[in-house]
Design a protein around this ligand. Structure first.
Ligand code: DC
Length: 222
């Protein structure tokens, strides 16, 4: 496919990234995980001590962005922040707990918006996130919106975290998912919502293969 843009949005841990990646490989398109970019900025903010539960140093973050270099490699899926590979580190509980607060900031979103659009120019892409079909690429060729039952999502995320060596328990993971859904859906700028022309996919009862086949069928019949 030539310069095609596929936007995959939806709630946390509905399988967006796994399926977006698989789709990109199948169609020969680059893949970009936009959540990884927000996580990368959150990791950098935490590292600089600019966020704690009741305090966010917005001034320092906004100023710091002038010198921040964040790069998602659409082939290896490695995320670098100022040249350092943080692919694993951005999946930590600490980053997950703060990322939705950081993603609410208007200057963080405009910093990444430019970068996200630039990434599509060379060869099109498959990008997953929260506002890809609504704000980043409102004219995307295909738009999907993923949902699934919270308990199913928490179980999947828990298994992913355990597989990559992060300690977690079901109740904490479920709470984090529900907290993020709430903050992401209620924020003023670019909230998580289904684009009017997006196709909704509920992955609660679907295996990876079934969800993938459904996406391909929708693409082929459009
Ligand atoms: O996809 P993820 O769960 O790794 O994303 C982490 C957070 O980043 C998510 O809870 C909200 C934010 N995000 C966003 O605001 N906009 C996007 N396009 C992608 C992610």
């Amino acid at each position: 496919m030539d310069k095609v843009i596929i936007a995959i949005d939806g709630f946390a841990s509905t399988g967006k990234s796994t399926l977006a990646k698989k789709l990109s490989q199948h169609l020969g398109l680059p893949y970009v995980d936009s959540g990884a970019l927000f996580r990368g900025i959150t990791f950098w903010v935490l590292k600089n001590g600019w966020v704690s539960d009741d305090n966010l140093n917005e001034l320092a973050i906004e100023k710091g962005l002038d010198n921040l270099n964040i790069f998602f490699d659409s082939v290896t899926n490695i995320l670098s922040v100022n040249g350092i590979d943080v692919t694993e580190a951005i999946r930590s509980k600490e980053v997950s707990a703060q990322v939705s607060q950081i993603a609410k900031l208007s200057f963080v979103r405009s910093f990444l918006l430019n970068q996200q659009r630039q990434m599509s120019l060379r060869a099109g892409l498959v990008m997953d996130g929260r506002d890809i079909g609504t704000v980043v690429f409102p004219n995307a060729d295909f738009k999907f919106f993923f949902t699934a039952k919270p308990e199913v999502r928490a179980q999947r995320r828990l298994e992913e975290m355990e597989a990559s060596g992060h300690q977690a328990n079901f109740a904490d993971v479920l709470k984090n998912i529900l907290d993020r859904d709430r903050i992401d859906s209620q924020r003023k700028i670019s909230p998580l919502k289904k684009a009017a022309d997006a196709i909704e996919i509920n992955t609660s009862e679907l295996s990876l293969e079934q969800a993938f086949d459904l996406l391909i069928a929708k693409i082929n019949t459009k």
